[in-house]
Ligand binder design. Sequence first.
Ligand SMILES: [Zn+2]
Length: 166
Amino acid sequence: MSYFEQFMKANAAYVDLHGTAHLPIKPKTRVAIVTCMDSRLHVAQALGLALGDAHILRNAGGRVTDDMLRSLVISQQQMGTREIVVLHHTDCGAQTFTNEAFAEQLARDLGVDVAEQDFLPFTDVVESVKEDVQLLRQSPLIPDDVVINGAYYDVDTGKIIAVTEA
Ligand SMILES: [Zn+2]
C-alpha cells in the first residue's frame, strides 16, 4: 500500500476546486525561486504565490548546482523570468551531515564510492544563502541585469528573513 492511491483521491477533489483555466506558460511575476525540497516549506503559500505566478526550483538544500543552473537558464531564456530569489531555511537536512560521513554511510549501506562527490551540506544558513547568491552573480549563464536576492525561511514560525548579499 502506497500513498499514491490516496493522492489520486485527493486530486479528484482538487480538480473540482481548480476548474478549467488555461494560464500562460510564462510565469506572471517573471520570478524564479531556488529553494529546498523540505516538506515544511510551502513556498507558494509562504510567498503569496498563485498558480502561474513563478517558477519554483527545488533540490536538497536549495543549492545552486549545475542542474539548478540548467533550469534557471530555461526559466530565463525560454520562459522570460528576470528575477531570482534564493530561499534556504532553518533546520535543513543539508545541515545534518558532512560529505565525509555521508560517503562512509553510502559505502557501508549501498556499497558505492561517492568520496569525490560534494552533496553540498552547510552549517550556517546565512552563509549558504550568500554563497549561492554569489554563484549566481558570477555565473556567465545569468545575465548581469537579473535581480538576485537571498533569504531564509524559519520552519518554526513561517517567517522569511532577508539576507544581505556579500
Ligand atoms: Zn532543506
